[in-house]
Design a binder for this molecule. Structure first.
Ligand code: PHE
Length: 375
């Protein structure tokens, strides 16, 4: 058994030698300095200040030293650990400041960037024009009436005084959905409505006069799609039934409508025409809202909108034929009425100089957008 080592020198414990402590300290400081982000610093922290770091292990050796050597070694290790912890704290603060500065730049929101990159849509001008027309009449006390687009042949033709063998049936090229059963007189076929007049018939059958209705809607005719025709188009038709209505009321209503839609000073004229459901019937024209007639006989100032005619044809109108009133259960001795109808596409064409009807049905937003979001 060996005698106690009275002259124990802490320097002899390898881990506690001053140059070893010095080395551990400078390795720790170098590792902290080399850490370029907080993750790297966290690993360096574990390696150089954790429970198994060289300085922590050296610290444990102190306990085994004789009392007189403890203070010296303890001071040396303690100072080294203090410096290491201080360096760690400084580097930690540096890296946190760097991170905060970087986050401010990387996650910054540029409030000056344009926010409206998404193009706003627009309503289709056929819809807005049709609603505008409805508004004019609703303001006069009319109500808006709607009906089905697949319609019975009786409501689309017969009730409007267009009997099956009436030549007027060929005036409107019809899409037939179902033909009437042969030999059954009461049976009626089914068609895609060729005008919105059947809605007027439905209104008369449903309600008691006086009756003031406006019927907007989609109608169908067997036309090819080209610059001036489309097999599906929109109409607005109007019906007024009351006691004592005359052609003067019709004319006044038309004049009011064109003024409300095209501006003060506008007027209409009526030219004789034929429709089976009105008697007398007329074609209605309005003064050209561009040249107001100034282009007529004036080759120096031609007008493209009215082809220098001074008038633009709008649609058909007339006093409701008493036969139609009778078919709908309205007493023609007591009541009279007027009706008119016109195509929205045509009106849109001359109101906005749209030259090709196909633009209205193709759904290209470049056509719709300039009309905006008018509500
Ligand atoms: N229904 C007719 C058409 O579509 C238009 C019209 C309506 C004519 C009312 C006169 C009176 O052609």
């Amino acid at each position: 058994m060996s005698a106690p080592n009275k002259s124990y020198d802490p320097v002899e414990v390898e881990a506690l030698k001053p140059e070893e402590i010095e080395r551990m300290q400078s390795e720790a400081l170098a590792a902290f300095a080399a850490a370029t982000d907080l993750d790297e610093l966290a690993s360096a922290k574990t390696a150089h200040t954790g429970g198994t770091s060289p300085l922590a292990l050296a610290n444990r050796e102190i306990g085994a030293l004789p009392p007189h050597a403890k203070a010296d070694a303890g001071k040396r290790v303690g100072q080294a650990r203090g410096r290491v912890n201080q360096a760690l704290k400084v580097r930690q603060e540096e890296l946190e400041a760097e991170r905060d500065a970087r986050v401010l730049v990387e996650e910054a929101v540029d409030v000056t960037l344009p926010y409206d990159r998404v193009q706003a849509g627009a309503r289709h001008p056929l819809t807005t024009l049709s609603e505008r027309i409805e508004d004019v009449f609703v303001a006069m006390g009319y109500s808006v009436a709607e009906g089905p687009e697949v319609e019975s042949e009786w409501l689309n033709f017969d009730a409007l005084n267009i009997a099956p063998d009436h030549p007027a049936r060929t005036m409107q090229d019809t899409f037939f959905v179902e033909s009437a059963a042969d030999g059954d007189e009461k049976q009626t076929g089914v068609v895609l409505r060729t005008h919105t007049s059947p809605v007027q018939i439905r209104s008369m059958l449903d309600r008691e006069p006086p009756l003031y209705v406006i019927c907007p809607g989609r109608v169908y005719r067997t036309d090819e799609l080209d610059a001036t025709h489309t097999p599906v188009f929109n109409q607005v038709e109007l019906l007024a039934i009351d006691e004592g209505l005359t052609m003067a009321d019709l004319k006044g209503t038309l004049d009011h409508m064109v003024r409300a839609l095209f501006g003060e000073g506008m007027e209409t004229r009526l030219r004789p025409n034929y429709f089976p459901f009105t008697e007398p019937s007329a074609e209605m024209d309005m003064v050209c809202y561009v040249c107001r007639g100034a282009s007529v006989g004036n080759p120096d100032a031609p007008c493209r909108t009215c082809s220098s005619e001074g008038w633009i044809e709008l649609g058909g109108c007339g006093m409701v034929n008493p036969r139609v009133l009778t078919a709908c259960g309205v007493d023609p001795e007591k009541y009279s009425g007027f009706a008119f109808g016109f195509g929205i596409e045509r009106m849109l064409m001359f109101r906005h100089n749209v030259e090709d009807m196909r633009d209205m049905v193709e759904g290209d937003v470049r056509f719709t957008r300039p009309f905006g979001m008018e509500i």
